[in-house]
Structures are given as structure tokens and as C-alpha cells.
Design a protein around this ligand. Structure first.
Ligand SMILES: Cc1cc2nc3c(=O)[nH]c(=O)nc-3n(C[C@H](O)[C@H](O)[C@H](O)COP(=O)(O)OP(=O)(O)OC[C@H]3O[C@@H](n4cnc5c(N)ncnc54)[C@H](O)[C@@H]3O)c2cc1C
Length: 393
């Protein structure tokens, strides 16, 4: 498969001569080839995800998601490197990308605020794939408005009891543990809106999973908590810090959603160019039609701009300088642009574009959720606009 040439140029622009990133790209390229050779059957989403986690762990790619003190590759998790990984992995398979990133999204609250003993117990296992992770915040009445969550946490002796349910939880049913966010209430104080976070082992009595299905391969489901009790030591961060922690966690991974979108768009562009060169209609290749060339010129320009925004946000994140606006712009523009690029790929292939099993058809299903999860496009716009109207300091 061709290297995603546009990405290399963007990285060069942003990072100068990024030797370590080029080495990582070479590893990712080899890994994707290995995965292709495996031919994992994604119709069984659970088995496929488990296999992908194993392969990612064997290739030491999960090391990118864990800090050095727990066996990770870098002292701190690098947003730029996670972006690069997601761009390559998503280019290969959306399900592979999900298997990778959920190890980070589900465990990063422990990096940010987990007690030392809990982090020491779980994070090395995340790296080896022995613990598959989930991140549970969304509920039927708490989607974009996460503060409306109803799941409760109560201190009962030296334990915490969780009651309620979450839905649209990636890895539900295969995760060994979840970072769970709940409204912490004291006895007789049901209205209290103090949010807290907890690590919950999937085998805890009272935890039950009901599968859901979305349009592309993605293990996902509802997670019900009926009197689930965990030790107090499973609390992540201080009481009342849960929402802040959830938002920091999402902020860390949001640029990487943009990067996954770039990977899907890279694949679509490669596929479109190849098809237009080979498909002859009216006596010449479709690539000779100026109308089609202009459409692609616009899209590849937007795609390059999307890469600049995503890697600008990731670079700023790694330097501790990122603003929420930069991060939101990267996610918004990359996911919306990828949707357009992929739609053009479908259109360019004509009937083949919507044929089950063709690459554009798969990409068309894979891209859709990225404009929804980890903050919808509309929520990104709220964040971007908020900065415009912030009163001067
Ligand atoms: C494939 C997939 C995987 C997911 N994985 C996870 C996971 O692992 N863990 C987890 O906790 N959650 C997960 N989610 C849930 C996801 O984060 C939510 O679906 C998302 O935050 C949107 O919430 P909602 O679906 O309730 O939509 P709603 O919040 O009900 O929004 C519906 C529509 O209204 C718009 N809207 C809402 N508020 C406003 C506003 N103020 N102004 C303008 N427009 C607005 C939205 O943009 C959207 O278009 C996943 C979702 C999907 C699809």
C-alpha cells in the first residue's frame, strides 16, 4: 500500500525533521502489512478486537498509550505519536484503530489521577493487552450534556456502590475493566451533583452488559450497574473531580479522533485516484475529466489542511500548550473533511462504491461515528465559538 504521502509532508511542516516519528511510521507500516496478512474476520467484533489487542501488544504498539514508569515507550504519553498510530491503523481498519485507542481512552484516567497502587496494578496490564479497557460516561439522558448523568455512587462502609446504566460504551462485553463516571450522592442527599470516577472490574457482581450494534464493526453496548460494589481504593481522583477528569481525558484523545479520520480519508484518496486512473469511460480514463480532477483537488487541499490542524493540536498538547479551541478545530475539520473525501470515493467508484465489500463502502460506514463520539461536530463548534466570545482576561 502507498505511504500516506500527504501526512508526511504535514508532519515535516510541523515538526521539522521528525526522525523518531519516521521510525514509528516505518513500524506502523510493517505492522499494517502483518495485520493484512492475518485477515482477521471482523464480523465477530469481539473476537476481532481481542485478536487486534494481542497483535498490537505483541508489536509493542500499546506502549504508546502508557507512561514510561508503567512500561510505556515515552515518559509521558505523546499525543503526536498516538495520532500517527491512529492515522495508520484507521487507514488499515476502523476496528483495529478502535481496539488500539480504547486501551488509552479507558485507562488514561488512571494516568491522570489514579492512586499509585491502582495505576501500578492496571497500567502494565493495559500495555500487554492482559486488561482490555472501557470508558463509561454516556447515558440515555446524558450524551452531549454529560452533567445530566443519573448513575449514582454511594459510599457504603469501605466500598462504593454504583447504580444506574451507561450506553454506547465501546468494548462493553470484552473489557476487563471500565473507568466509570457517576454522580456521587450521600445518604439523604439525592440532589447532590458531585461527580466522581471509579475503576470497575467487569466481573464485579451486579455488572451486566447488553450488546448494541452500530453501522461499522465496533464492539459496543450498554453497561448496567445494579448494586455494583467496588473497594474505595478504586476511586480515581478526588470526590467531585470526576467531570473535570472525564473532560481532561477526552481532551487528550480528541486530536487523535481527527487523526483516525485522516487515516480513513487517506485510504479513500488512494482508492479514488487509483480507480479514476484505471476506469475508462467515453474512451478515456475518468482521471482525464477535469470536473473529477477539480473535485479531488479541493478535497486533497482540505485533507492537507485537516492534517495541519490535527498535528498542530497534538504538538501543542505534547508541549502543554494546547487550547480547547485548537483541539476542537482539529477534530471538527478532520472528521467533516474525511466524510466528504469518503463520499467522493463512493461517488467516484459509481455502483462499485456502494457495493458491500468494496473499500469505499466500508469507509463510508466507518467514518460516520467519528463525527459523533468524543463530542459531536456541533459540540466542537460550541467550544470553538466559546473562545471567540470569552471576555478579555
Ligand atoms: C461508535 C460510538 C462509540 C462510542 N463510544 C463511547 C464510549 O466508549 N464511552 C462513552 O461514554 N460514550 C461513547 N459513545 C457515546 C458518544 O460519546 C455520544 O453518542 C455523543 O457524545 C453524543 O451524545 P448523544 O448520542 O446522546 O447525542 P445528543 O447529545 O442527544 O445529541 C443529538 C444531536 O444534537 C446535537 N446537539 C446536542 N446538544 C447541542 C447543542 N447544545 N447545540 C447544538 N447541537 C446540539 C448533537 O450535536 C447531535 O447532533 C459512543 C458513540 C458511538 C456512536
Amino acid at each position: 500500500m502507498d505511504s500516506p504521502y500527504v501526512m508526511e509532508r504535514s508532519l515535516g511542516l510541523i515538526h521539522g525533521e521528525p526522525t523518531n516519528l519516521r521510525k514509528l511510521e516505518a513500524r506502523l507500516e510493517d505492522f499494517c502489512e502483518l495485520v493484512r496478512g492475518e485477515g482477521v474476520d471482523e464480523t465477530d467484533e469481539h473476537a476481532a478486537t481481542r485478536r487486534y489487542v494481542e497483535l498490537l501488544a505483541d508489536a509493542q504498539l500499546l506502549d504508546l498509550l502508557v507512561p514510561g514508569e508503567h512500561g510505556g515507550l515515552n515518559p509521558e504519553v505523546s499525543a503526536t505519536q498516538v495520532c500517527l498510530a491512529r492515522q495508520w491503523l484507521a487507514r488499515e481498519s476502523g476496528a483495529l484503530d478502535t481496539a488500539f485507542v480504547m486501551q488509552g481512552l479507558g485507562s488514561f484516567p488512571l494516568v491522570l489521577a489514579g492512586a499509585a497502587t491502582l495505576a501500578k496494578e492496571i497500567l502494565p496490564r493495559v500495555r500487554t493487552g492482559a486488561t482490555i479497557c472501557g470508558f463509561a460516561i454516556t447515558e440515555p439522558e446524558a450524551g452531549s450534556d454529560v452533567s445530566n448523568m443519573k448513575t449514582t455512587a454511594r459510599v457504603v462502609g469501605d466500598e462504593i456502590q454504583l447504580d444506574g446504566m451507561k450506553w454506547f460504551i465501546s468494548n462493553a462485553g470484552i473489557a476487563h475493566g471500565y473507568s466509570v463516571f457517576a454522580r456521587e450522592v450521600a445518604a439523604g442527599d439525592e440532589g447532590d451533583a458531585t461527580y466522581s470516577a471509579f475503576w470497575v472490574s467487569a466481573d464485579t457482581p451486579g455488572l451486566r452488559v447488553v450488546p448494541q450494534r452500530v453501522i461499522a464493526p465496533h464492539p459496543i453496548g450498554e453497561v448496567h450497574f445494579d448494586g455494583v460494589r467496588v473497594p474505595s481504593s478504586n476511586r480515581i481522583g478526588a470526590r467531585g473531580q470526576g467531570l473535570k477528569l472525564a473532560l481532561s481525558n477526552l481532551d487528550q484523545f480528541r486530536p487523535t479522533v481527527g487523526a483516525a479520520a485522516l487515516g480513513l480519508a487517506d485510504r479513500a484518496l488512494t482508492c479514488t485516484v487509483e480507480h479514476l486512473q484505471n476506469r475508462v469511460q467515453f474512451g478515456k480514463p475518468l482521471a482525464k475529466q477535469q470536473g473529477l480532477r477539480f473535485a479531488l483537488a479541493d478535497l486533497v487541499t482540505a485533507h492537507t489542511a485537516a492534517q495541519l490542524l490535527v498535528y498542530r493540536a497534538a504538538g501543542a498538547k505534547d508541549r502543554g500548550e494546547a487550547t480547547s479551541q485548537q483541539v476542537a478545530m482539529g477534530k471538527l475539520f478532520a472528521t467533516e473533511t474525511a466524510q466528504q473525501v469518503i463520499d467522493r470515493a463512493v461517488q467516484s467508484l459509481g455502483g462499485r462504491g456502494v457495493t458491500v465489500g468494496e473499500v469505499p463502502e466500508r469507509l463510508y460506514r466507518e467514518i460516520r461515528a467519528l463525527r459523533i463520539y468524543e463530542g459531536t461536530s456541533e459540540i466542537q463548534k460550541l467550544v470553538i465559538a466559546r473562545e471567540l466570545f470569552r471576555p478579555p482576561a
